[in-house]
Design a protein around this ligand. Structure first.
Ligand code: WT7
Length: 677
């Protein structure tokens, strides 16, 4: 990101015009929904000036209601009582399944691409309606009612999608827990949400490896008295997988005996649809709550306009359904639009680095969505893995999760997009539910590294982080906040509205605070600069330093720990931990480091594994005892050399003011440790 962060390089950033074929329809491609920058601005300005008319019309035109709403919008960020489409009734599952199944039962809803490259299945909308209904009936049979929470801990199989849509169908609130999370993390999430039912699988498959989902779930459930029933989908059929009736029931036995229709429950617009846990500045993950109509509208219209989705499109979002990207852009957005969505069980490098491109070619994918970390990793492996495939069906290629550096952008644009696709860098968060800043393919010129301009209804403000004052005009840098509510913004944190207010709405009263730094350049384009809080973003996976520290401290050898994020060429950021040991620890450092890594894997999950653990005598602290993370970040990032240690001025230039440091000798020993390690 370094090359895109100073004002001068932003001024010189190249500009790419939208591909003309999207504006003209040349070569038989569908003409974009929004064909010019003027058209975008006209719609955008209306969405800000008169959101009631704009979103009222969108909601009526794009969604199917069982009872029309009476009022478009109520409440605001000041009071934390945001609500949309009041008094309306709607069912998300009906919108994503029935309305397409009833008119086009044979249209393909899901293409499931299994871990093994030669295996894939098509599921039509007609079949989807039957499968969703069967599992909805099973849930009903086991006592799930409107408003109950259901935990879903599943691999990337169609049954994960059926489960989510079945919850939506009967009004249960799903809490999908990413299958890479550990037993402890799963347990905490089930307990927090008070889930009655867990839906899981015997095992998962990923990149040729087997994940012991049921075993992990059993470990978690040992401490979850609220869970009365576990529905187990058989992915591999391994006979050694533990199974404990009557608590455990098999998915295939249960669904086989149920009617393939279940009437969709009319839900109030503001009823919760799902919760999804995400990391914030503290150790405890938050259950971000999304509601029914506003979320669905956000998912639907961003999918339509940001991916320029048209009838017959095959939407390839490579995320996992365990994250918000999977919720919105594998499940709810594409299905609400009646598109075909790709569900990919594997990883981009299995069995080799052509996997994505072979899939685009085979399934004729039209929109392809992945993260910068995957693009950087594939770029390193060379163009040969891409060049022999027919990627001519692609119209929009997209990026999400962290800022995409210009080198990766250019490679994606040229080698994958072949300079004929729009590349959209989509900025959003778990909390926003859908894209908030992103180019529109046929309309907005792009600059590599910038998420460009706000989506409809998003009114961004750049604030001075200290004073909270709005920085007016262009060429300003500060923190990113949103001025007024939009349909898909999170309404609360599950069972913790105070935390919701404290995290998002109180830091800058009247605004929603994103937690990201931002620059608005001379053209009004937004450049996201990464988190300004203690959140680390590794390969687009969000975690908090406090969460990692809380895990480390559980190990008996750990006295104190500080986790920080350092820049990494492939993963964006990587976790580095500084740890001090308790007295009388006699094991060698390598053994202890290995034990610390497994502690983190055990309490959070493998994806949170630190890149380095530095065992040190002490941590740099202020006189009042606060750990000086900024100093650790610089030292871990290799900014300080041995020569700097004898040069007070150089040290000051690199580490900033050290006058509050309690023990100044500590810097030297830390630098030596980092270099020696
Ligand atoms: C954080 C949200 C939303 C989907 C995936 C992550 C960072 C996300 C971008 C982007 C720069 C980005 C931000 C944000 N982020 N997309 N296009 N450019 N930064 O969701 O786990 O809720 O993380 O990811 O820092 O706050 P999440």
């Amino acid at each position: 990101m370094a090359d895109s962060s100073d004002a001068q390089s932003l001024e010189q950033a190249p500009v790419y015009q939208p591909p003309s074929r999207l504006q003209t329809g040349e070569g038989g491609v569908p003409v974009a929904h929004i064909k010019s920058l003027e058209e975008y601005w006209t719609m955008y300005e209306q969405s800000i000036r008169d959101p009631d008319t704009f979103f009222g019309k969108m909601a009526q035109d794009e969604l199917s209601w069982s009872k029309p709403f009476n009022q478009v919008r109520y409440g605001d960020f000041k009071r934390g009582n945001v609500s949309w489409f009041l008094d309306g009734q709607i069912n998300v599952s009906y919108n994503c399944v029935d309305r397409h199944a009833l008119t086009n039962p044979d249209r393909v809803a899901i293409i499931w691409e299994a871990d093994e490259p030669n295996q894939h299945t098509h599921i039509t909308y007609g079949q989807l309606l039957e499968e969703v209904s069967r599992i909805a009936n099973v849930l009903k049979k086991y006592g799930v009612r409107k408003g109950d929470s259901v935990a879903i801990y599943m691999p990337m199989v169609p049954e994960a999608v059926y489960s989510m849509l079945a919850c939506a169908r009967l009004g249960a609130v799903h809490s999908v827990v990413f299958a890479g999370f550990s037993a402890d993390a799963l347990r905490d999430r089930i307990l927090d949400a008070g889930c009655k039912i867990l839906i899981t699988a015997d095992q998962g498959k990923r990149g040729g490896k087997t994940i012991q989902l049921k075993k992990i779930a059993d470990e978690a459930l040992g401490a979850c008295p609220s869970v009365q029933r576990v529905i187990v989908f058989q992915r591999t059929g391994d006979p050694n997988v533990p199974f404990y009736p009557p608590r455990d029931v098999w998915w295939h036995n249960e669904t086989a005996n149920q009617r393939p229709y279940y009437p969709p429950e009319p839900m109030d617009s503001e009823d919760p649809l799902f919760m999804l846990y995400t990391s914030g500045s503290t150790g405890k993950p938050k259950g971000v709550v999304h509601t029914t109509a506003g979320y669905l509208l956000g998912a639907h219209i961003t999918c339509k306009y940001v991916f320029d989705l048209h009838e017959g499109d095959v939407h390839g979002c490579m995320a996992d359904v365990g994250w918000i990207t999977g919720h919105t852009y594998i499940v709810y957005g594409p299905l609400s639009n009646g598109a075909t969505t790709v569900l990919f069980e594997s990883v981009p490098t299995y069995p080799n680095a052509s996997r994505y491109w072979e899939m685009v070619d085979k399934h004729k994918i039209t929109q392809f969505y992945t993260a910068p970390t995957a693009i950087r990793a594939l770029r390193r492996l060379g163009d040969d893995f891409v060049s022999s495939y027919d990627l001519s069906t692609l119209r929009v290629i997209a990026s999400v999760g962290e800022p995409i550096n210009p080198e990766a952008w250019n490679w994606y644009y040229t080698v994958v997009g072949r300079e004929r696709c729009a590349l959209v860098d989509t900025y959003w968060q778990t909390e926003t539910g859908s894209h908030i800043i992103s180019p529109i393919p046929g309309a907005v010129p792009t600059k590599p590294g910038s998420a460009t301009l706000p989506f409809f209804g998003i009114d961004p403000a750049v604030l001075d982080s200290q004073t909270g004052q709005e920085l007016q005009g262009n060429n300003v840098t500060g923190v990113l906040a949103i001025r007024s509510s939009f349909p898909s913004v999170t309404r609360t944190v599950y069972d913790s509205h105070i935390r919701y207010m404290d995290t998002y709405l109180k830091p800058y009263p009247g605004y929603y605070f994103t937690g990201d730094g931002v620059t608005r350049d001379q053209d009004g384009y937004y450049w996201i600069r990464g988190r300004v809080d203690d959140v680390i973003n590794v390969s687009g996976h969000r975690m908090s330093t406090a969460e990692i520290e809380s895990a480390l401290i559980l190990h008996p050898a750990c006295a104190e720990a500080a986790a920080i994020g350092v820049p990494d060429d492939v993963t964006g950021q990587a976790v580095v931990c500084f740890v001090t040991l308790k007295p009388d620890i006699t094991q060698d450092e390598n053994t202890i480091r290995t034990a610390f890594v497994s502690t983190i894997r055990h309490h959070i999950g493998p994806f949170a594994s630190p890149k380095r653990i530095i065992i040190c005598g002490d941590l740099p602290k202020t006189r009042s005892g606060k750990i000086m993370r900024r100093v650790l970040r610089k030292i871990a990032g290799g900014d300080v050399t041995l020569a700097d240690l004898d040069d007070e001025q150089a040290l000051k230039n690199k580490l900033g003011d050290l006058s509050t440091l309690a023990d100044s000798n500590i810097i030297g020993s830390l630098v030596k440790k980092v270099i020696a390690h």
